[in-house]
Design a protein around this ligand. Sequence first.
Ligand code: PBG
Length: 337
Amino acid sequence: MSGDGALGLGSFPGTRMRRNRADAWTRRLVAENRLSVDDLIWPVFALDGENRVEDVPSMPGVERLSVDRLVDAVGRAADLGIPAIALFPYTDPAVKTPDAREATNPDNLVCRAVRAIRAAHPDMGVVCDVALDPFNSDGHDGLVRDGEILNDETVEILCRQAVVQADAGCQVIAPSDMMDGRVGAIRAALDAAGHRDVRIMSYAAKFASAFYGPFRDAVGSGGALKGDKKTYQMDPANTDEALREVALDIAEGADMVMVKPGLPYLDVLHRVKATFRLPTFVYNVSGEYAMLKAAAANGWLDGDKVIMETLMAFKRAGADGILTYAAIEAAERLKAG
Ligand code: PBG
């Protein structure tokens, strides 16, 4: 960080800040941050069956896609130069159980989608979420016993979930569950299974946020959820604690860390990047996306402009990359220049 000495050398009228803003070409020259397609990760939702497309009403423009359709959609992302997608399953409620056993089934929807995407688009990065909520009849990220979310028992299942996903070809495991000790355990499990080059992007500072509501509609976990996630996701009041969470995940072997949600937590993102200086991602979550889309649909905001401004805000705060449902439209805009 620069000290005050680097700021404000001159004073008015010799100094006129508007000079550098006077033309598009100077504005381009002095821009401090850039947003590029290389910064984007596109979260997508997989659905069972064939040739199926379902809208997610609370996320305008977002669809659940059967694997065949998803492969095509990922192809469009690849053509635009988007480096990676993040994959989430809409699990048939009939296969959800209290022990979330579908999470470790090597032929579950996620694993089938990974295999198909990797076969069709071998250069696309595939990020898989590790957490039990899409598979758990309680809607929680961990196992539940007598109302308690069990930590260590959950971590054992997460390790097996990570290994089946890596076996299917996923290159980045992204634990979003916020159990203690899971990054180290998953690293050991991946290495033991011969996946030493599979990366871990940990949802290191993930807050117990109401901005996840539309995502829970998209994966169908919202109706199932009993209670809230406050005993494992972080209290929105805390930032020092976020730094401890990130430090622990790095010590356990995380290759990349994430802050989530995005816009309401830019301060956390900035502190994490400034403190640790390692690849730092931010999740521009479903509720943030829904807010902008709803306002744009009402004609209250210019949707294109607020999306690009939001993504730039993440770069300014220190993000190396952004998970955003607007990845395709943002990539198209960046391409158009
Ligand atoms: C599940 C998970 C959630 C999101 C990503 N992985 C929801 C939750 O924790 O309840 C949220 C993504 C979004 O809102 O866009 N572990």
